[in-house]
Ligand binder design. Structure first.
Ligand code: ATP
Ligand code: SF4
Ligand code: MG
Length: 354
């Protein structure tokens, strides 16, 4: 388990990102579809929060909505405050300023974000010249420092290489260097290691952890991989069909999953020990519902062995679970009949709660 630099129990952690009641709908040819439904999440300074859930559950749409990166067909409501700046409904000039400087993204496939005809150093330097007003020479020197920061060997030489001359893992490191060039408070990493092989993934997670430790960057990491969550996250948000169904400190979630969906995910997980890249979410039988068809029910009811009339008749609220309290750092789940299972942490990478 990672150790947060900021979230000591005796010091209330400084909230950097506070997302409340965030909903996203899309206008489509077949009508309005709901992708994200009243999501709450927060990120403290230096905290790494993992967002996990099946394909299509709204992870990326949630993340993209923060930076105003969704297409015009999207309607975003609710609130997302980044150090007091409201992002929902903010104008494009405000969002452009926020992106890069305060909120940066890295995605699964760095090649699609890198310019193939510019050296990696030039691309990092351009970010610094545009956002920080550095001279060309200063920006190049800083680019070398940033390549060193993300663990690229011989940075003074590599600064002049082109993206196609680097391995996938090295390209992802370059993307991270670009993302953190202007010292953003929040880094959103959407499946940053999914396209990489297992040993390379571990190196990328190490870079992210190191950035948090050295710069105090808060990281929202989106993944399908419970191993990535176990490896790096302080807290976990589990999403299902556009909603947050459970939120907990990472050791608590692995030891005492409460929502039946989370319990199912962990039970279906094949490996006893968890390491990044080895533990992608397993299939749970049944189909994820279209959110708008089930407004007054638990969205997991059709796939849940514990579902009853209560579950089919009303949506469960997110409620504190045993001892976690109601704070953002606590354990909450939206389930009428929470799992009572307790898992042995010795079988995972997780340490017991201190
Ligand atoms: N531009 C769009 N127009 C209409 N619907 C969209 C659009 N973008 C996303 N959606 C829908 O929003 C829902 C959430 O998508 P999202 O990309 O956030 O899922 P995800 O959890 O990131 O999945 P994955 O793990 O596959 O990346 C999906 O049902 C998707 O089809
Ligand atoms: S509310 Fe009911 S249907 Fe939904 S996960 Fe809990 S037990 Fe299952
Ligand atoms: Mg996604």
């Amino acid at each position: 388990m990672s150790t947060s630099t900021a979230a000591r129990p005796e010091e209330p952690a400084e909230q950097v990102l506070d997302v409340r009641d965030l909903s996203v709908t899309f206008r489509t040819e077949s009508g309005t579809v709901s992708a994200v439904d009243h999501v709450d999440l927060s990120l403290a300074r230096g905290e790494i929060v993992g967002v996990v859930g099946e394909s299509g559950c709204g992870k990326s749409v949630t993340a993209m909505s923060l930076g105003g990166l969704l297409p015009g067909s999207a309607r975003v409501t609710g609130s997302a405050r980044l150090h007091g700046t409201e992002l929902v409904g903010a104008s494009e000039p405000v969002l452009r300023k926020v992106r890069g400087r305060e909120l940066a993204y890295i995605f699964q496939e760095p090649m699609s974000s890198l310019n193939p005809v510019l050296s990696v150093g030039r691309q990092i330097a351009e970010v610094l010249q545009v956002h920080e007003g550095l001279s060309r020479k200063q920006a190049r020197a800083r680019a070398v420092e940033l390549l060193a920061l993300v663990g690229i060997p011989s940075p003074a030489t590599r600064v002049d290489t082109y993206p196609h001359q680097l391995s996938g893992g090295m390209r992802q490191r370059v993307m991270i260097a670009m993302a953190v060039a202007c010292g953003p408070q929040v880094l959103v990493a959407d499946e940053p290691t999914t396209a990489l092989d297992v040993t390379v993934q571990a190196g990328i997670l190490e870079v992210l952890r190191d950035l948090r430790d050295r710069l105090g960057t808060s990281i929202l990491i989106i993944t399908h991989d419970l191993g990535v969550i176990a490896d790096i996250a302080d807290r976990v948000v589990v999403m299902y069909a556009g909603r947050v169904v459970e939120r907990a400190p990472v050791h608590e979630l692995f030891a005492r999953p409460r929502h039946q969906y989370t319990a199912g995910l962990l039970a279906a997980s094949p490996t006893p020990g968890r390491h990044a890249g080895t533990d992608r979410l397993q299939e749970i039988p049944g189909l994820v519902p279209v959110l708008s068809t089930q407004p007054d029910a638990c969205t997991f009811a059709d796939r849940c062995h514990a579902a009853d009339d209560l579950c089919r008749g009303s949506a469960p609220p997110l409620e504190p679970q045993g001892g976690g309290g109601t704070s953002a750092a606590g354990h909450v789940a939206a389930c009428w009949h929470p799992s009572t299972e307790t898992r042995t942490l010795a079988a995972t990478n997780q340490e017991p709660a201190r």
